[in-house]
Ligand binder design. Structure first.
Ligand code: MRU
Length: 361
């Protein structure tokens, strides 16, 4: 893979710090942030300095491990009390991507299980802090493997020379490597598929223009940028053979929350009979949430729409703004989910029974 030659998310073991590339500065400036305090990690996630469901999950895991390093506790119980408080706090930074709560929960559980043979409280706490770091590194490694498998499974659905539309950034910057929706593109590039990729700019925060187009162009993949309202025109001309998007939370019936505008793309794809694929690591499938109606949708600041990309505010004072960060695509519009375990059509048939209380095999 010839992607960006830096890590989206990492952990500095000398400084015990979460290290991220500041995505709000891309593509103009490549700068890294080294974060150790819960408040600055919370803010980095809220402000989208690190973003994309899998990257948020791994960043929160490394972040909690860094914060845990600094916990001074009188007893093991006190350590867990403080750790869980920090976990809840970090979890409140963004509500929609289930990877955030999934990663934090997994991290705390991993160290609850395992105290080794150590005896006194000080030794146990030291050991727990090491376990947290080890688990966070494992999550990063797994994310890379999962994305690679999504890439291989996704590629089996595509043909050489296909025109592919994507929305937002479900790329290398949204994960630890490969991306989800971009993984088939990177692996296809290794195998000479010569895709023509079209990236929606993705209003209001321009993840498609700033991040996806940057990533793919840096990797030498043929990428063309379009405004969100241009997708129908491209589809009508027959330039799109498949749509690949990521997801922030998949409900048990297959309804899928992803970046605002995704459901409009799915409706268009359905009209033009173009396959619409959601690239979904299992960590993004929420077995507890039965349908999309239950997925919490983040509402964001109105200045992202009125001011952020303009030299001066472009709306009259008093104009109200609607700014949800995500929308839900109805499962009926999704041709298939591309997961690390394979391509799943009609996901709800398999997953919905799990939401009703059966255990995962
Ligand atoms: O608000 P963002 O930039 O975090 O939204 C990101 C997306 O919607 C991605 O498509 C999703 O997280 C999948 S990333 C593999």
């Amino acid at each position: 893979m010839t992607g960006l030659n830096f890590e989206t998310v990492d952990y500095d073991e000398k400084k015990d710090a979460l290290v991220i590339i500041d995505q709000t500065k891309l593509p103009g400036e490549v700068s890294f942030l080294s974060l150790t305090e819960a408040e600055e990690i919370w803010e980095a996630i809220y402000l989208l300095k690190v973003r994309g469901a899998p990257a948020i999950g791994v960043a929160a895991a490394f972040g909690l491990a860094a914060v845990a390093e600094r916990i001074s506790a009188e007893s093991v119980e006190d350590f867990f009390r403080q750790l869980k408080e920090k976990k809840e706090y970090l979890n409140s930074s963004r509500p929609t991507a289930v990877n955030l709560s999934w990663a934090l929960e997994r991290l705390v559980r991993s160290c609850e299980k395992e105290w080794g043979n150590v005896k006194n409280d000080t030794e146990i706490i030291r050991h727990l802090k090491e376990c947290l770091k080890r688990e966070a590194f494992l999550m990063k490694k797994e994310d890379i493997e999962v994305c690679r498998k999504i890439g291989e499974n996704g590629l089996s659905l595509l043909k050489k020379g296909d025109g592919i539309l994507t929305h937002c950034n479900a790329g290398q910057l949204a994960t630890c490597k490969y991306g989800t929706a971009t993984a088939p593109l990177y692996i296809g590039q290794e195998k000479g598929y010569d895709f023509k990729v079209y990236a929606d700019e993705t209003r209001p925060l321009l993840q498609g223009a700033r991040l996806t187009a940057f990533e793919l162009a840096s990797a030498g993949i043929d990428v063309t940028l379009l405004c969100d309202n241009m997708a129908a025109s491209l589809m009508a001309q027959g330039n799109i053979n498949a749509v690949l998007v990521g997801c922030d939370r998949v409900a048990a019936n297959g309804d899928t929350a992803n970046k605002i505008g995704t459901s409009a793309v799915a409706i268009l794809a359905n009209y033009y009979q173009i396959p619409f694929y959601v690239c979904a690591p299992f960590s993004t499938i929420d077995f507890q949430t039965k349908t999309g109606a239950e997925i919490p949708i983040e509402q964001r600041e109105e200045t992202e729409v009125t001011t952020m990309w303009y030299q001066k505010k472009m709306t009259a004072d008093g104009v109200k703004v609607y700014n949800p960060a995500f929308d839900v695509t109805d499962h009926s519009l999704i041709t298939a989910f591309i997961t690390e375990k394979g391509v799943i059509r009609d996901l709800g048939r398999y997953v919905l029974p799990l939401a009703d209380g059966l255990s995962v095999i």
